[in-house]
Design a protein around this ligand. Structure first.
Ligand code: SF4
Length: 435
């Protein structure tokens, strides 16, 4: 079926107290609405009208997977923290509530993976705030106007970007910060525009970041990536209207100039591709010559099922998307609600790929994007001293450690890199110790 839309409809979003009202209205469950109210004081939540109408199966809420992905649940907070916020709300003391909420946020590890300490460039006379240069060849750029999304995922590892605390927010003040850094670092071949979601920005602003990359002085940049969940949360962004058309023209211009343009689509569940609008958005994006790739974390309550991933990857291949990464949920925010043991994530990955054709098996996973680098969990093996996780760095701050197999002691409960211990002496160097 072809979607014919003359112009982009206005984006309407629901957040704050209106989120509670929406849940009450749609489910009639006052207890559920109260939980929404309490948890959303701490973690950011917002849904677009498209998500409310097209993606949530309200007859199944709160057990619908997309509801779980997008709406607050009391188990996202520790019981004591939930009670403390609830109490502070009841006393109606704004300063007290603010203090309680800040304290809870600080306990939720707002910047995992040492993002602020290690990844922000610290160069004399340079404003690197809003850039991340973790790997030699890749620069992440967080444009100030792109630090929001059309809706928020409950498991977002960048949730701190969306709360009203400027000390927790990475945001670059303008494109000249990016271009100055690129001039100083000709080794950078890949620029990743990220957020939030850069596609919340007007096309004119996106253009201010991407057009300069067409200048000869930036020939060193071969690949332009844009991280986005707009296809899932607001496909109208690329479907019709001047903003959409100009964006597609910009992507085509980059492709025509010889850049590799990759749309890094965040796709968590098959429901996100099960609308005419989403499929039409994919066709339009692919028509620019950009490559569409997908990534998402494997999380409890949403996609912790091999059949869900198998369906998701099949649907992606059918719609021209290359499965790229299955990530592990990071150690931040609502991880206590969404997180899974690494051993379970591995079972889900293997269960999902075993019935797929080669094209559906292109996603690497499960992968932790941890402080030292991206670590793939390749399997569980039995060695002389007992079972071990077989691991491999796909990327590392030290390129010498990339691609070499190593082992960690098997731990059925381990959920993250920090929970793992080297299996033997020769594994220590991968964990930051001497070989
Ligand atoms: S789309 Fe990405 S950045 Fe935005 S809320 Fe979801 S996970 Fe976070």
């Amino acid at each position: 079926m072809t979607v014919t839309v003359e112009s982009e409809p206005a984006l309407r979003t629901v957040s704050g107290r209106r989120l509670r009202d929406l849940v009450l209205d749609r489910t009639g469950d006052a207890g559920l609405a109260h939980e929404v109210d309490v948890v959303s004081q701490v973690l950011p939540f917002k849904v677009s009208s498209y998500v409310v109408q097209e993606l949530i199966d309200w007859d199944r809420a709160p057990d619908d997977a997309m509801y779980r992905l997008l709406f607050p649940h009391r188990d996202m907070l520790l019981p004591d923290d939930f009670a403390a916020v609830e109490l502070a709300m009841r006393t109606q003391d704004r300063a007290g509530l603010r203090q309680t909420v800040d304290a809870v946020r600080d306990r939720l590890n707002p910047h995992p993976g040492d993002q602020l300490a290690l990844n922000v460039p610290q160069e004399e006379d340079a404003d690197g705030w809003g850039l991340q240069h973790k790997y030699h060849e890749t620069l992440l750029v967080f444009p100030r106007q792109g630090q929001t999304c059309h809706s928020y995922c409950g498991y977002c590892f960048r949730w701190a970007q969306f709360v009203d605390r400027s000390d927790l927010r990475l945001a670059v003040s303008g494109p000249e910060v990016m271009t100055a850094h690129l001039r100083r670092h000709p080794e950078i071949t890949d620029v990743l525009l990220t957020g939030g979601d850069p596609l919340v920005m007007r096309t004119e602003l996106i253009e201010q970041y991407l057009r300069p990359l067409l200048r000869p002085e930036h020939d060193t940049v071969q690949t332009v990536r844009i991280g986005t969940k707009a296809v899932s949360f607001w496909p109208h962004r690329v479907l019709a209207g001047r903003e959409a058309d100009e964006l597609l023209r910009l992507l085509s211009a980059l492709v025509d100039a010889g850049k590799h343009v990759a749309l890094m689509l965040h796709l968590s569940h098959p429901a996100e591709l099960d609308t005419d609008a989403a499929r039409a958005a994919l066709r339009r994006l692919a028509g620019t010559g950009a490559v569409l790739r997908s990534q998402a974390p494997v999380v409890r309550h949403v996609n912790d099922d091999p059949d869900v991933w198998a369906q998701l990857w099949k649907d992606q291949v059918r719609n021209g998307v290359v499965p790229y990464y299955m990530f592990v949920e990071r150690d931040t925010g609502a991880r206590r609600y969404f997180g899974l043991p690494l051993a379970r994530a591995l079972e889900i990955y293997r269960g999902a790929i075993k019935g797929l054709s080669g094209l559906g098996r292109s996603a690497r996973g499960p992968v932790m994007s941890a402080s030292p680098g991206k670590v793939a969990i390749d399997g569980v093996v039995n060695l002389h001293n007992g079972p071990a996780f077989a691991l491999r760095f796909l990327q590392h701050r030290n390129p010498e450690l990339v691609g070499r197999p190593f082992h960690a002691r098997f731990d059925a409960e381990a959920q993250w890199w920090n929970d793992l211990r080297p299996y033997g002496e020769h594994d220590r160097e991968f964990f930051g110790g001497a070989a």
